[in-house]
Design a protein around this ligand. Structure first.
Ligand code: NAD
Ligand code: MG
Length: 383
């Protein structure tokens, strides 16, 4: 029985992880559940899955949580510090980081230091501080098991391989605006951007998918997870989202992992690794997909992908800058505070103007994140 702490249990990944746990009570149990503000759902989940601790990020909602869990034996906690403490519980074997954004960095590091294996959905943690986080995992003999479908695909292709990788191809759906031009994109609304063709996900990652920033973040995530150099990572648009990614070895042989787009699969794989768990998820039918197609990504129109590659090449705190700027512009776009194309403009200006640090410490990353948010917010105010 594996006891799992789920950070961000009320989100898209969190709720799907709970479905997997519910279907496999002989394999998995929940030790911790956390959410930022959806206290009602957190309470329902806690009463059903009986964790030892439930944490609400928003301290104003602590009383509601505490009263609802009174007498249940489940401890109620609140705030950012409580999140970092909750992952330390000795009963927890694995922490699923299903929370969104830079907020994942601290609790993930705290979990690694406590020797907990990480099922990593929160890609932003590796984007911001991949060097420090992967070194820390090595130091504490902790596995970082990818939940992101593309990285799970690559991880699955690498199982049993001892030879080096020549390169990887991360597949991208292209998002809802694939094939569109600047004129079209200058007019798109958040409602259009929130309609992803193949996946139902949280708001931030859905916008990131529409701008191709998600693929940019995934390129950086892949660099750290698989210890690759930039030229070893390629992105290929595959609108059907059936081939989840491809590894090419030094003999030219390529392995791909395929399946219907369903996040429960990579979630379950990370949670049960090295085993596979039988399930009744819908199976692939070839006649529903008579052709699988591949095309180049349009990085001239969707500049975020090119900016992410640039940030990775520059290294240092540049990926941290791009991540913080992106979190600000996506939040603004979701409030109709900024247009679709302006998101890339603000990110590019942040990359040009903020202080570059070549070998950042963890404190430098926190400072870069703070300064970038302030500057990006000023830029958004000016547009
Ligand atoms: P979501 O918005 O649906 O859920 C986010 C969860 O995190 C919620 O439970 C929320 O309460 C919590 N949260 C939000 N802000 C927080 C904060 N500041 N502190 C603590 N908790 C906070 O997001 P999601 O789509 O489930 O994505 C979660 C992570 O997984 C992201 O990093 C995303 O990039 C990654 N991911 C998601 C998918 C997907 O299909 N949804 C696929 C691949 C990777
Ligand atoms: Mg992905």
């Amino acid at each position: 029985m594996k006891h799992i702490a789920i950070l961000g249990s009320t989100g898209s990944i969190g709720t799907q992880a709970l479905e997997v746990i519910e279907a496999n009570p002989q394999l998995f149990a929940v030790s911790v559940l956390t959410a930022q503000s959806n206290v009602d759902l957190l309470i329902r989940q806690a009463l059903k899955f009986k964790p030892l601790v439930a944490v609400i990020g928003d301290v104003q909602k602590y009383q509601i949580l505490k009263e609802a869990l009174a007498g249940s034996g489940i401890e109620a906690k609140a705030g950012e510090e409580a999140l970092c403490e909750a992952v330390l519980l000795p009963q927890t074997e694995m922490v699923l980081t299903a929370l969104v954004g830079f907020a994942g960095l601290k609790p993930t590091m705290s979990a690694i230091k406590a020797g907990k294996h990480i099922a990593l959905a929160n890609k932003e943690t590796l984007v911001v501080a991949g060097d420090i986080v992967t070194a820390l995992a090595k130091q504490h003999s902790v596995d970082i098991l990818p939940v992101d479908s593309e990285h799970s695909a690559i991880f699955q292709c690498l199982v049993g391989e001892k030879s080096p990788v020549e390169k990887i191809y991360l597949t991208a759906s292209g998002g809802p605006f694939r094939g569109k031009d600047f004129a079209y994109l200058s007019e798109v609304t958040r409602h259009q951007a929130l309609k992803h063709p193949n996946w139902v996900m949280g708001a931030k990652i859905t916008i990131d998918s529409a701008t191709l920033m998600n693929k940019g973040l995934e390129v950086i995530e892949a660099k750290w997870l698989f210890n690759l150099s930039v030229p070893q990572i390629d992105v290929i648009v595959h609108p059907q989202s059936i081939v989840h990614s491809i590894v090419q070895f030094t003999d030219g042989s390529m392995k791909a992992q395929m399946g219907l787009p369903d996040m429960k699969l990579p979630i379950q794989y990370a949670m049960a690794y090295p085993n596979r768990v039988a399930n009744n998820f819908k199976r692939f039918n070839f006649w529903d997909y008579p052709s699988l197609t591949f095309e180049a990504a349009d990085t001239k129109t969707f500049r975020n992908l090119a900016l992410a590659f640039e940030a990775l090449e520059k290294g240092g705190n540049m990926p941290c800058i791009i991540n913080a700027a992106n979190e600000v512009v996506v939040a603004e776009f979701l409030k109709d505070g900024i247009g679709f194309l302006q998101m890339s403009e603000v990110i590019e200006t942040c990359m040009a103007k903020l202080d570059y640090v070549k070998e950042p410490s963890i404190e430098d990353y926190f400072e870069t994140d703070r300064q970038t948010r302030i500057f990006a917010q000023e830029l958004v105010g000016a547009v």
